[in-house]
Design a protein around this ligand. Structure first.
Ligand code: ATP
Ligand code: MG
Length: 568
């Protein structure tokens, strides 16, 4: 295709709104443009990458025996009420009413819709197993849409749903999706790891996330060096403390801590170790306030907190609410004397005695607080993130932490949805059984963005061949008839050989063309100039390595076809 005929609005400057490199480069390379927060238009180059990833996903899903369907984006509230998710999904669900005032939502995921289909169409065990997938736009009203396609409010997802006769069959379906995901992300050229994951809202018994390793990842992965354990920190379970006797309790002591609020400040001021301080985090959990107690050197895990409290909507209370409920500003909340607020503490707090807590008064803390004497804890539970140095949950070793981007997720659902929606089939004995389900998602746009996080340099993107918007960027250095004719003939022969070529036919300076080509990141650049042609060659440059070869034009198609075949 010719650049002059395509909408490729490249940007010389870094757009201010982009915090991560993939977002920045997608905007600069003219691949996407923002329409609203978390809602994007895919421009021609961006869409080509999306379509390539979709093709790989389709091929591997088909190979794994899944069948493609397309469900509606809008679904009626009744289905969601059957599973309880109309209420449970909270604000993330985009809801609307039709002209008859009937409730609908825009699908964030499709367990309800597919289960409704299967309960109506599948009668007999002979129709199982069944695995249906779709590639479709999803809607989630994320609290913090950001990083471009990484976390949108509207985004493209591949979602698949398997239905089996029994647990054994469901495990086979799960394994075949797990294997397909390995093939998909390998073909996309990503460095990734499958980790044990939390099954979150969708619920179920077992799940893995496919994490692209990148420092800009929003997820933290814990792992042991021997590879025996890898999990999302959200998931990594931390056991209750071993029952060692607590220290002798010293008398409770109020101290002035003027001007210090954070754990570090309080620790320095009172000369105590951060692990001797207990933070009191006031959360809004659905409609009530809960005080969560976490050791000073630990961080709260909101996924675990949600699960323990059994809520979907969880938010740290704002300054006003903290003031009203504790009588003091953020930084001074504490569990002693707290009224009308449930107190739930992390397991690590249970092993502590004589610790520091806020006193619900400005500039005051308590020294030598003891949970078994000074305040009531309703429940101790696992509420914090695993961190480097924690003992690995199973077996030996200590945990390390890395950052990752979740690009795919496979879940074993069991009969959660088939039971609540009554999706049954008749087994060979004529008995009604619930179908055993699994569900499997891949973020298509997030996969594209993740690839850029892993494949870029200071000048721009370095697309792997299988998902590059074009294989070759054809760069004539002049508009002379001679050069144009050589470009046309290369364009024709490459295209005929099945190579995808972007031909920069604009009347621009070489520097401008080179900058754009580096930014856009096609794996191969072909530079055609008078000088080279006079010597019977054109320049073939590999974008990633910068390696340049001078090659006669007539062998270019064969050379490039071979390179692409090797890297596909
Ligand atoms: P996250 O924890 O990042 O919010 P999730 O667990 O909610 O993800 P799933 O429900 O498992 O995500 O969705 C399947 C896949 O869809 C994810 O693995 C991810 O690749 C993609 N995805 C989820 N939410 C978004 C989003 N807001 N924008 C882009 N892709 C998304
Ligand atoms: Mg999510």
């Amino acid at each position: 295709m010719k650049t002059s005929q395509m909408l490729i609005p490249t940007l010389r400057e870094d757009p201010g709104e982009a915090e991560v490199v993939s977002h920045r480069l997608m905007l600069r390379a003219g691949m996407i443009r923002k329409t609203a927060a978390g809602i994007y238009t895919y421009l021609p180059l961006g869409l080509r990458v999306i379509r390539k990833i979709e093709r790989i996903v389709r091929e591997e899903m088909n190979r794994a025996g899944a069948q493609e369907v397309l469900m509606p984006i809008a679904s009626p509230a009744e289905l969601w009420r059957e599973t309880g998710r109309w209420d449970f999904y909270g604000k993330e669900l985009f809801r609307f009413k039709d002209r008859h005032e009937r409730d609908f939502c825009l699908g964030p995921t499709h367990e309800e819709v597919i289960t409704d289909l299967v309960r109506r169409e599948v009668r007999s065990y002979r129709q199982l197993p069944l695995n249906c997938y779709q590639i479709q736009t999803k809607f989630r009203d994320e609290i913090r849409p950001r990083f471009g396609l990484m976390r949108g409010r509207e985004f493209i997802m591949k979602d698949a749903y398997s239905f089996d006769r029994d647990e054994e069959g469901a495990k086979r379906s799960y394994q075949s999706m797990y294997d397909a995901y390995h093939r998909i992300f390998t073909r996309c050229g990503l460095t990734f790891r499958a980790v044990e994951a939390d099954s979150g809202l969708i619920g179920g018994s077992s799940s893995h996330e496919f994490m692209v390793l990148a420092d800009t990842g929003e997820e933290s992965v814990v792992y042991t060096d021997d590879g025996a354990y890898a999990a999302n920190v959200e998931r990594a379970e931390l056991p209750p403390p071993i029952d060692t006797p607590l220290e002798h309790a010293r008398p409770l002591n109020k101290v002035a801590t003027a001007g210090v609020g954070t754990v570090e400040e309080v620790a320095a001021y009172l000369k105590v170790e951060p692990h001797r301080i207990v933070k009191t985090l006031i959360y809004k959990a659905a409609k009530e306030l809960v005080a969560i107690l976490i050791r000073g050197d630990h961080t709260a895990n909101e996924v675990k907190i949600k699960k323990v409290l059994g809520v979907m909507d969880l938010e740290l209370a704002d300054a006003n609410t903290v003031m009203k409920s504790t009588g003091a500003p953020i930084g001074f909340a504490g569990p002693i004397g707290l009224q009308h607020v449930r107190v739930v503490a992390d397991y690590a707090v249970k092993a502590l005695s004589n610790f520091v807590v806020g006193a619900n008064e400005v500039d005051i803390h308590y020294l030598d607080a003891n949970w078994n004497r000074d305040f009531a804890v309703e429940q101790f539970a696992d509420l914090r993130n695993a961190q480097a140095g924690d003992a690995a949950p199973r077996g030996t070793g200590t945990l390390k932490v890395a950052k990752g981007i979740e690009v795919g997720h496979v879940f074993m659902l069991g009969t959660k949805y088939s039971r609540s929606m009554n999706a049954t089939f008749l087994d060979p004995q004529g008995q009604e059984q619930f179908a055993v389900m699994g569900c499997y998602g891949i973020g298509i746009g997030r996969t594209a963005a993740s690839s850029i996080e892993q494949n870029h340099d200071a000048k721009g993107i370095l697309w792997p061949v299988p998902i590059a918007p074009f294989h070759v960027h054809l760069l004539p250095l002049s508009q002379s008839a001679h050069v144009t004719q050589a470009a046309q003939s290369l364009y024709d022969s490459l295209t005929q050989a099945g190579v995808e070529v972007l031909w920069d036919d604009r009347d621009e300076r070489a520097g401008v063309k080179f900058n754009d080509a580096d930014l856009i990141g096609a794996p191969y650049h072909l530079v055609i100039g008078e000088k080279g042609l006079a010597q019977g060659t054109v320049e073939l440059k590999e974008r990633k390595t910068g390696e340049v070869k001078r090659i006669p034009p007539d062998v270019i198609p064969a050379t490039i076809s071979a390179l692409i075949r090797d890297r596909a």
